[in-house]
Design a protein around this ligand. Structure first.
Ligand SMILES: Cc1cc2nc3c(=O)[nH]c(=O)nc-3n(C[C@H](O)[C@H](O)[C@H](O)COP(=O)(O)O)c2cc1C
Length: 213
């Protein structure tokens, strides 16, 4: 099948993307409104950007009315009406259910932390808290926000954050910064309501060596 995205509806393009771009890591993003109200929501349009500066991105789409989601409003730099900071929590399998609950669209300022029965731990370098029990958390200062379709329902936005502090639970990373994938036990998102674990793994060297022989 050959597909011209311009001929698809927004919903069809979205389904195609979330079904084919798999598995996706999940950024469980903690933010604060400028007046200090906490917000927590998952985003699987999420990726690392680079190690120098240590940066990552997540993509909160506009909601169905074309308005910005709370996480985006809060993560915007202070000059753009936000708090300019956020924390990306890694979602381990034991937290998956409570992470998904945080996708509940609550009125601005109402807390997903209470809804999902989550406990916060203070972050080291930024104001938004991290999720207690999450195996790793990246504390970020917002470097840039790019809005590709302002005001459009489902319009795409990119938030780039510089990581200013990393929390990793003891036993998950060794002194050489090698992560124990089994200890992290991260989940990924698939299409529809699907998720996966990272419990079936294999290794390959890079380049020619990958072909063996
Ligand atoms: C696993 C998962 C991944 C999600 N990924 C995204 C995403 O990448 N972008 C997005 O706009 N919404 C995504 N959502 C939906 C948001 O979490 C949802 O709209 C949430 O209510 C936004 O919260 P906020 O308005 O407090 O920022 C995802 C939901 C789930 C459960």
């Amino acid at each position: 099948m050959e597909i011209d995205p311009a001929r698809l509806s927004h919903a069809e393009r979205y389904k195609l993307m979330i079904g084919c771009i798999v598995p996706r890591p999940i950024a469980w993003v903690s933010t604060l409104s400028p007046d200090g109200r906490p917000n927590l929501a998952p985003f699987s349009f999420f990726a690392g950007v680079g190690a120098t500066p240590m940066t990552l991105l997540f993509c909160p789409a506009n909601n169905d009315s074309g308005n910005e989601k709370d996480s985006l409003r809060n993560a915007r730099p202070p000059g753009q009406g936000g708090s300019g900071q956020f924390v990306v929590n890694v979602v381990s399998h034991d937290l998956a259910r409570r992470m998904a609950a945080c996708a509940e669209p609550l009125p601005y300022g109402q807390s997903e932390w209470d809804l999902a029965g989550l406990t916060s731990e203070p972050s080291a370098r930024v104001q938004p808290a991290r999720v207690a029990g999450s195996p790793a958390a990246f504390e970020c200062v917002t470097r840039s926000v790019t809005s590709l379709a302002p005001g459009v329902p489902g319009g795409a936005n990119i938030v780039v954050g510089e990581v200013v502090h990393v929390y990793v639970r003891d036993g998950v990373v060794n002194e050489r910064m090698h992560t124990d994938a089994a200890a992290l036990d991260a989940v990924g998102r698939l299409g529809g309501q699907g998720y996966c674990t990272v419990r079936d793994r294999f290794e390959l060297p890079m380049g020619r060596a990958a072909l063996g022989g």
